[in-house]
Design a protein around this ligand. Structure first.
Ligand SMILES: [Zn+2]
Length: 128
């Protein structure tokens, strides 16, 4: 399952960051996920919950912000958003090809929309 490995990576980043800050508990995890990623937020939450059991990130709130896609067209130079992709495209194994809304070319670069980042985390520290 794709979300499971993504959740593993997220948890690794979260635990490493928490360790660096001498945290004893992760309260909240803020994620930025591009709308062009094939990630199902529900699966991701579920995977994270399972994986974080027994770690200091157990019970942490997972907040997911979808990042709107932005493309650069190599054919006509269009730069900007793309029309919303219809349907639950995370159900497909592959994304539909991204096309320029202006000229229809598929020779486009995705500037934004493929990220899956841990934006920040909220932690509590040990009482001194
Ligand atoms: Zn174009």
């Amino acid at each position: 399952m794709h979300e499971f490995s993504v959740a593993q990576q997220i948890l690794a980043v979260v635990l490493e960051t928490a360790k660096q800050h001498h945290s004893t508990k992760v309260v909240e995890v803020n994620l930025e996920i591009g709308e062009l990623t094939v990630i199902n937020p529900h699966q991701l939450r579920y995977s994270f919950k399972l994986l974080s059991e027994g770690t200091i990130a157990e019970g942490a709130r997972l907040r997911i912000r979808r990042v709107k896609a932005q493309i650069l067209c190599n054919t006509c130079g269009y730069r900007g958003g793309i029309p919303r992709i219809e349907g639950e495209f995370h159900l497909y194994p592959m994304l539909p090809p991204v096309a320029c809304p202006k000229c229809g070319s598929t020779d486009v670069e995705v500037i934004k929309g493929r990220e899956c980042n841990v934006k920040n985390i909220k932690i509590t520290k040990k009482e001194a």
